[in-house]
Design a protein around this ligand. Structure first.
Ligand SMILES: [Zn+2]
Length: 284
């Protein structure tokens, strides 16, 4: 390893410590929420990039939410819902196990809501000792019918984690994609290998989701998007894997690959910490 590489590596390690500190501070304060109306019965309880988006389906028999942010955002979510409906929350679907999407589970369960997730997401929550474990798990596909409305859940395979579920609202032609698709830099950044994620399998998982019938996407984080934007994101996942594979074959160093991911795919320290070793190992 050249000396400049060593220096860069040390700099990266120090920056990493600072970033982890910043990251763990997310969830210590309630986020400022606002509600976006997508359809007559479908809303997004939105905030700046962290925590994740919450999608709310309103029916005569109650409310179904996709993702419930951090524990500390619970009161904020209820306050936003109160502006729209007086019906109780009956179901929460967790798109995956991360705390910025599932942190509100225990409080909603205490209000009699049932939490639904993939079997894999529940296993990850058990391992991480998270509160509010899902009451119901799905393997591949399920429907929830509430107030005469149909909500379809699909678990296709690995992407951001091994347990990512997408949720289709067929009548509204809207897909809640979770972190399988986040809208910001529009490139896959957070591949959670310790949570079963996979860059190599991500494009085929996205291809399956893109075969569903919808126009609008609620990304895991960020503003609303179109199906075309989600398809473009899939192209970026393929480009990322191809670039790492090419550099692996050219025997480039880990530091060089990290630099490429920083410059071409805007990876920050947190993303490198979670995903660098995994993607190098995987994309041979
Ligand atoms: Zn996540």
């Amino acid at each position: 390893m050249r000396k400049s590489s060593v220096v860069r590596l040390f700099a990266a390690v120090f920056a990493l410590g600072a970033l982890f500190t910043a990251y763990t501070q997310f969830g210590n304060q309630p986020s400022k929420l606002n509600t976006i109306k997508l359809k007559d019965d479908l809303y997004v309880i939105h905030n700046d990039f962290v925590p994740g988006n919450t999608t709310a389906l309103i029916t005569n028999d109650g409310v179904l939410l996709v993702d419930d942010k951090f524990d500390i955002d619970h009161a904020g979510i209820l306050a936003e819902l109160k502006k729209i409906t007086d019906k109780p929350v009956k179901y929460i679907i967790n798109t995956h196990h991360h705390g910025d999407h599932s942190g509100g589970n225990a409080k909603f369960q205490a209000m009699d809501a049932k939490v639904v997730a993939s079997q894999e997401a529940r296993e990850q929550m058990v391992i991480a000792n998270q509160p509010g474990l899902p009451d119901i798990v799905i393997e591949h596909h399920a429907h929830i019918f509430l107030g005469g409305k149909n909500v379809a859940l699909y678990h296709y395979g690995r992407s951001h984690t091994n347990g990512d579920v997408v949720v289709l609202f067929p009548a509204d032609r809207v897909l809640a994609a979770g972190d399988m698709y986040t809208k910001g830099d529009d490139v896959p950044e957070l591949i959670d290998y310790s949570g079963g994620g996979s860059a190599v399998e991500w494009p085929s998982t996205l291809r399956s989701a893109l075969q569903l019938d919808f126009d609008t996407v609620v990304p895991g984080h960020g503003p609303m998007a179109t199906k075309q934007e989600m398809a473009a994101y899939r192209e970026s996942t393929m480009r990322l894997v191809a670039r790492v594979r090419e550099m692996n074959r050219a025997k480039k160093s880990k530091v060089d690959i990290a630099m490429m991911l920083r410059t071409e795919f805007h990876w920050a320290d947190l993303h490198l910490a979670r995903g660098l070793n995994g993607v190098i190992e995987e994309a041979q």
